[in-house]
Design a protein around this ligand. Structure first.
Ligand SMILES: [Zn+2]
Length: 229
């Protein structure tokens, strides 16, 4: 990816991530500074705070059918590869190590069509891997056979299915509530508290009703006995 003018404090992930900019060739790449086991979390996409954008730009990652986030960090320098070292788990907003894991010095890459449906600037991939797919566009523009064998985000799988069948697919693949939405988090916490109170009240009511019934039965039994006497 071409170097960008960052609007965030650099380096944003000094402990795990090194950005190397080649000004002369107008390119950049990212290297891991850490060891991560296969499928372990390399970084959270939510740190530093991401912002939601309705439109895709060169600086966003698609996380749902109509949702994109600006990463606002050096994570933006992750290059594309057809043999990627990372998986962008957009449903959980995690960046995971790929099946081979990571070690210091490994280049940090991901498969762009795994998150992007449309890309404004398709490019010819030079990753030189055995699995190189050649021209890379968003998933929309790729032959579905070229997407086989790659981890793909839920929204991409959903959109591919919709494209193939012409029918809307199950919407669950879209990202649920966005992490970082403080209002949603507060409401969720309030709802969970309310549900807790409601279930306690229900239990108390059930207990009260049961004990009232018992005492009424007691009264009735006594009454019967009294009447019988
Ligand atoms: Zn490639």
């Amino acid at each position: 990816m071409a170097p960008l003018k960052p609007h965030w404090a650099q380096p944003s992930h000094p402990d795990i991530h090194q950005v190397i900019v080649n000004e002369a060739e107008f390119t950049s790449k990212s290297l891991s500074k850490v060891t991560v086991p296969p499928f372990g979390v390399f970084a959270k996409m939510t740190f530093p705070p991401c912002t939601i954008t309705p439109e895709a730009t060169y600086a966003t990652v698609q996380i749902g059918k109509n949702r994109h986030i600006s990463l606002n960090s050096d994570l933006l320098y992750l290059n594309h590869s057809c043999d990627p070292s990372l998986i962008l788990d957009t449903a959980n907003l995690d960046i995971l190590a790929g099946p081979k894991g990571l070690k210091p010095g490994d280049e940090l890459t991901f498969f762009y069509p795994s998150t992007e449906w449309h890309m404004a600037q398709p490019f010819d991939c030079l990753c030189q891997s055995a699995s190189c797919r050649g021209t890379i566009t968003g998933a929309q523009g790729m032959d579905p056979r070229k997407l086989e064998g790659f981890w793909l985000s839920g929204h991409i799988r959903q959109m591919l299915e919709e494209k193939a069948t012409g029918k809307p697919a199950d919407a669950h693949a879209d990202v649920p509530d966005l992490v970082g939405d403080a209002t949603a988090q507060l409401l969720r916490a309030a709802l969970s508290k309310a549900e807790d109170v409601a279930s306690k009240a229900r239990a108390a009511l059930d207990g009260y009703t049961a004990s009232t019934l018992v005492s009424l039965e007691d009264e009735a039994t006594k009454g019967t006995i009294a009447n019988a006497a």
